[in-house]
Design a protein around this ligand. Structure first.
Ligand SMILES: Cc1cc2nc3c(=O)[nH]c(=O)nc-3n(C[C@H](O)[C@H](O)[C@H](O)COP(=O)(O)OP(=O)(O)OC[C@H]3O[C@@H](n4cnc5c(N)ncnc54)[C@H](O)[C@@H]3O)c2cc1C
Ligand SMILES: NC(=O)C1=CN([C@@H]2O[C@H](COP(=O)(O)OP(=O)(O)OC[C@H]3O[C@@H](n4cnc5c(N)ncnc54)[C@H](OP(=O)(O)O)[C@@H]3O)[C@@H](O)[C@H]2O)C=CC1
Ligand SMILES: O=C(O)C(=O)Cc1c[nH]c2ccccc12
Length: 420
């Protein structure tokens, strides 16, 4: 027995037939696709495992976080940021914007529904997507849909490496996604593991709260100034990329970085062999855009240490034999996609949960499968994907609706003729 809901049909056996696409994730990517579909009058369903939109931003970032790219690269399609936003909006401003975005486009995700599996059913030509509600495996729903949009994020899960002796360590250990502020770390020795943007920014936040941070740099890192001569480095790089090959732009960025930041190798910050943009493109490793950490590294107020050998009860031994007394550990060791854990498909997505085809070709797979927000190009990449996906689905939706209407009118016409 089927009960008709707004844009889906609910069957009493826990099965929902979705009228239109099903979107996994209500972060910026999922919301942007939703907005594009709404504008075309295409119905859709968004499933979100958390109890709010943009859960990465609301639940898994620290208090003082600001966007590190200029605002024009972080807007979602069809709705600009309010005019009074600063060049680098705070995370609270960004969240407010996303909330008003969802409200404006009347997007209401289904919260607390975590997608557990998604499989294409060849026999009926539809996707079968299973969810559980808030970890309660007894409460499962199966969604059946024609189009599946994966918008679960490149940063869906924290990466927590194993370290010898970490279980014996008596202090507090957390991943940076649970770090809110340095308040609890006043006058404490904190080991920050990892030197990406998270490790760098959290070390600075700890310093501002009178903690004593030491940051582990086990390999290499590109640090760039956030601005060059008052212009955003990112914006300059984007402009130069229109005219010059990436390796030339990288060379220019590195010369500018050397002039502005000096020779950072002497502080233990070895640069990778490959240039910053090329490295971002090939390995997804984001260069650090410095917001002031480097000055504190120079002054010795934030210490740089090499890789970890092992932990003990109240200390850590480094690969150079040095032993540091520490109170706490913050793992700024990165994030990964969770798509391989639930999407039963291996043609379009690679084993690390990112589409195999690089930008700009990684948004459309086969059999109605789409990906948004896996371009390694932050929010601007997600927006470009979202526009293409919404347009593509919109086109098919209109075609199919027209065909359906035509066949209904043919049927009606025949019926009318038959009655005469
Ligand atoms: C600390 C930090 C700062 C950043 N700053 C910037 C910046 O300044 N500029 C920039 O361009 N980019 C930045 N980024 C990159 C960031 O990835 C994007 O800003 C943006 O969040 C990507 O949006 P998304 O919707 O693709 O992914 P997410 O924001 O991660 O959203 C994905 C959503 O999917 C949900 N989800 C995941 N798995 C499932 C599942 N199985 N079932 C149901 N729901 C699921 C998640 O709960 C989440 O809400 C930053 C990233 C981090 C970690
Ligand atoms: N203000 C902003 O807008 C901010 C943006 N971000 C963005 O969020 C995304 C994630 O950044 P982030 O969280 O920094 O993650 P990243 O993946 O960029 O960095 C992870 C770091 O952890 C190190 N690491 C991993 N495993 C180990 C280990 N076993 N021992 C020692 N070090 C280890 C890596 O070193 P190695 O290179 O050797 O593997 C690397 O330095 C990025 O895109 C970033 O730009 C993050 C913070 C702030
Ligand atoms: O912050 C991020 O993770 C981003 O993905 C933004 C971004 C995309 N390409 C870049 C190149 C240099 C610095 C930041 C980014």
């Amino acid at each position: 027995m089927a009960q008709s809901l707004d844009h889906e049909e609910f069957f009493s056996d826990g099965c929902v037939l979705v009228n239109g696409p099903l979107i996994v994730g209500a972060g910026p990517s999922g919301l942007a696709v939703g907005a594009g579909l709404k504008q075309q009058g295409v119905p859709f369903v968004i499933l979100e495992r958390a109890n709010c939109i943009a859960s990465l931003w609301q639940n898994r970032t620290y208090d003082r976080l600001k966007l590190h790219l200029p605002k024009k690269f972080c807007e979602l399609p069809y709705m600009p940021f309010p005019e009074n936003f600063p060049e680098y909006p705070t995370k609270h401003q960004f969240i407010d914007y996303l909330e008003s975005y969802a409200k404006h486009f009347e997007i209401s995700p289904r919260f607390n529904e975590c997608v557990q599996s998604a499989k294409y059913d060849e026999t009926c030509g539809l996707w079968r997507v299973k969810t559980v509600t808030n970890g309660d495996s007894s409460s499962t729903i199966e969604y059946i849909c024609r189009w599946l949009v994966v918008a679960a994020g490149e940063n869906a899960e924290k990466v927590v490496p194993e370290f010898e002796g970490l279980q014996e360590f008596g202090g507090n250990v957390m991943h940076v996604c649970d770090y809110k502020s340095g308040e609890a770390y006043r006058r404490k020795n904190v080991l920050v593991v990892g030197c990406g943007n998270s490790g760098m920014e959290v070390s600075l936040d700890l310093f501002h709260h009178n903690a004593f941070p030491s940051m582990v740099v086990r390999s290499s890192v590109h640090v760039l100034p956030r601005e060059i001569l008052g212009k955003s480095t990112f914006e300059l790089a984007v402009s130069m990329m229109k005219w010059l090959p990436v390796w030339v732009v990288d060379k220019i960025l590195l010369v500018a970085a050397r002039l502005i930041l000096g020779y950072i190798e002497k502080y233990g910050l070895k640069r990778p062999r490959i240039g910053p943009l090329q490295l971002k493109d090939t390995e997804g490793k984001t260069p650090v855009l410095d917001i002031g950490t480097l000055q504190k590294i120079r002054s010795g107020e934030i210490k740089i240490v090499p890789g970890i050998k092992k932990f003990s009860h109240a200390s850590v031994e480094l690969i150079n034999g040095q032993i540091l007394e520490i109170d706490s550990v913050i793992l700024a060791t990165g994030y990964c996609s969770n798509v391989p854990s639930w999407l039963k498909e291996n043609e379009f997505f690679s084993r690390d949960g990112i589409p195999k085809s690089a930008f700009p070709n990684g948004w459309k797979g086969k059999a109605g499968l789409y990906a948004v927000g896996f371009t390694r190009r932050g929010l601007s990449g997600a927006s470009l994907d979202a526009i293409k996906v919404a347009q593509d689905i919109g086109k098919m939706w209109k075609k199919e609706t027209k065909q359906k209407n035509q066949s209904v009118s043919v049927l009606c016409h025949r019926k009318i003729q038959a009655t005469f």
